[in-house]
Design a protein around this ligand. Structure first.
Ligand SMILES: Cc1cc2nc3c(=O)[nH]c(=O)nc-3n(C[C@H](O)[C@H](O)[C@H](O)COP(=O)(O)O)c2cc1C
Length: 287
């Protein structure tokens, strides 16, 4: 699968890779209304990764349904819409509006968004608010609901358990880790937003650890994401307990990463004489 925000609406990559071969495309996060996003600069390169503070720029759900969904409806590859809100009601409305729209095969709920009504802490940092958003979305849709967790928490397992209990069909983890960079010549932060989210190979061990912890604690499938650049990275996540993986930042350095990971998995299974990927899920877990 593709990771939200790193593969546009899928259409941008059509000429670069055979997107129809992918397991699923997760599109850029969508709010109810179009958003401009944060001031420039919005990205900065770091050692083995990047910082971004895009600020969830997007076209809004109306334009997505009018312009993007009809294209997706013609595709073989399922498209999962990543949704984001500033209130629980906004998440619920998005789920209601997108339910039954041809071309939309599932929802991935990004709970790394500030809860405007209760002081701005992200929904995903407390089990109660994470569960509240999940339950509100669940109530409004019959589509598969993936809930995407933030790693910027003390106890990822308690959040994952709350989300599973509230009706999520699967858990995606991880979103970006909080970080920043400073331009010492200008004596100020590099990003216009001051802080941003760290992604890319630098975060892989953290993501792998969280997938490992959560896969051992919940019964629903876990989708691993964070720093996957090669088939070997993807296999590590699967052996840690992920049932599927998403490729994010690596698509920027090599737009073919998704398909190369897919082909690499197929080759690995054939070489190792393994019948299917499910035989490898969690195989490296001790005990
Ligand atoms: C430029 C950029 C934009 C992103 N936008 C979103 C988004 O809209 N919604 C979301 O849930 N995650 C978003 N993410 C997070 C990624 O989907 C992914 O969880 C994270 O980058 C870790 O995976 P990676 O190291 O493979 O990139 C974004 C990441 C980047 C780099």
């Amino acid at each position: 699968m593709t990771a939200s925000g790193t593969f546009g609406y899928g259409t941008e990559y059509e000429g670069l890779v055979d997107i129809q071969r992918l397991g699923a495309i997760v599109c850029k996060g969508i709010f109810m209304k179009p958003r401009e996003g944060n001031p420039q600069p919005r990205v900065a390169e770091t050692a083995s990764g990047m910082l971004n503070a895009i600020g969830l720029q997007g076209i809004g759900v109306e334009a997505l349904i009018k312009d993007k969904a009809p294209v997706w409806a013609e595709w073989k590859v399922p498209v999962i819409v990543n949704i984001a809100g500033e209130t629980v009601e906004e998440y619920a409305s998005l789920a209601r509006i997108l339910d039954g729209v041809p071309g939309v095969s599932g929802l991935e709920v990004n709970i790394s968004c500030p809860n405007v009504k209760s002081g701005g802490a992200e929904f995903g940092v407390r089990p109660e608010s994470a569960a509240e958003v999940t339950a509100a979305v669940r109530k409004m849709t019959s589509l598969p609901v993936l809930v995407k967790l933030t790693p910027n928490v003390t106890d990822i397992v308690s959040i994952a358990a709350a989300v599973a209990e509230a009706g999520a069909d699967a858990i995606t983890l991880i979103n970006t880790l909080k970080g920043m960079a400073i331009d010492i010549k200008k004596r100020k932060p590099v990003l216009g937003n001051v802080t941003g989210g760290l992604s890319g190979p630098a975060i892989k061990p953290v993501a792998l650890y969280m997938v490992y912890r959560v896969a051992g604690a919940v019964k629903i499938p876990v989708i691993g994401c964070g720093g996957i650049a090669t088939v070997y990275d993807a296999l590590e996540f699967i052996m840690a307990g992920a049932s599927a993986v998403e490729v994010g930042t690596s698509s920027f350095t090599n737009p073919r990463t998704t398909v190369e990971v897919l082909e690499g998995i197929e080759k690995f299974l054939a070489d190792q004489k393994v019948d299917g990927i499910t035989d490898l899920v969690g195989i490296a877990r001790p005990g």
